[in-house]
Design a binder for this molecule. Structure first.
Ligand SMILES: CC(C)(COP(=O)(O)OP(=O)(O)OC[C@H]1O[C@@H](n2cnc3c(N)ncnc32)[C@H](O)[C@@H]1OP(=O)(O)O)[C@@H](O)C(=O)NCCC(=O)NCCS
Length: 171
């Protein structure tokens, strides 16, 4: 892997994002949410090619359990690395960048949901210090974006994982 640059997305990034990662509807929506102050979209760039992304959701969670039990806690959503670039450490770097930015704006914890059928991603999160909460899995709605521009809603049971953030210590 060359030098990875992780930056908050701007509208001018959209064509390059779509070229690498597709999901035009998704990225357009997240840029609009970012503009409205509801969160931020981080993109990993390798030589100006977008190789991964994560959206940090700062607005109230869509799931009632998360709103009730983790009020005000930021959620890491839609972590993904381009299919040809997985297992190179890019996902780990995106997580680290999101956690650092949250710590810098005084967040003391971060949470995320991971599908019960995604043990690979669960291992990644556990390695980075995420621990499952004690209230069991939560029903979420996964939005699947197809290359033809359409998307579908799929119910998904997720484990909720939480990590404490320390303002001064960035492992
Ligand atoms: C999960 C994902 C973001 C990890 O990114 P990455 O750059 O490959 O991760 P890293 O190289 O930093 O770390 C590698 C670890 O990621 C996980 N991983 C690797 N390939 C994976 C895959 N196809 N699906 C899920 N997890 C995977 C594993 O834990 C792996 O380490 P291990 O198998 O040695 O234990 C990436 O695989 C991906 O985009 N998967 C599809 C989307 C997804 O499942 N996102 C998570 C939603 S909660």
């Amino acid at each position: 892997m060359g030098a990875l640059d992780i930056r908050q997305a701007v509208h001018a990034d959209l064509p390059a994002l779509i070229r690498s990662l597709g999901q035009e509807t998704y990225f357009t929506d997240r840029l609009a949410r970012q503009d409205a102050g509801h969160g931020f979209l981080l993109i990993a760039w390798d030589e100006e090619v977008a190789v991964g992304d994560v959206y940090v959701w700062l607005a109230p969670a869509e799931e009632p359990e998360l709103r009730a039990l983790l009020p005000g806690v930021a959620l890491l959503t839609h972590l993904e690395v381009a299919a040809g670039r997985r297992n190179e450490g890019i996902g780990t770097e995106l997580l680290r960048a999101a956690e650092q930015r949250l710590a810098a704006i005084n967040h003391t914890k971060v949470a995320l949901g991971v599908g019960l059928d995604n043990p690979g991603a669960q291992r990644l999160y556990q390695r980075r210090g995420y621990v499952e909460w004690r209230y069991g899995p939560v029903a979420t709605t996964d939005v699947v974006y197809h290359p033809n521009g359409r998307h579908e809603l799929r119910p998904e049971l997720c484990r909720i994982l939480i990590k404490p953030l320390n303002r001064t210590h960035h492992p």
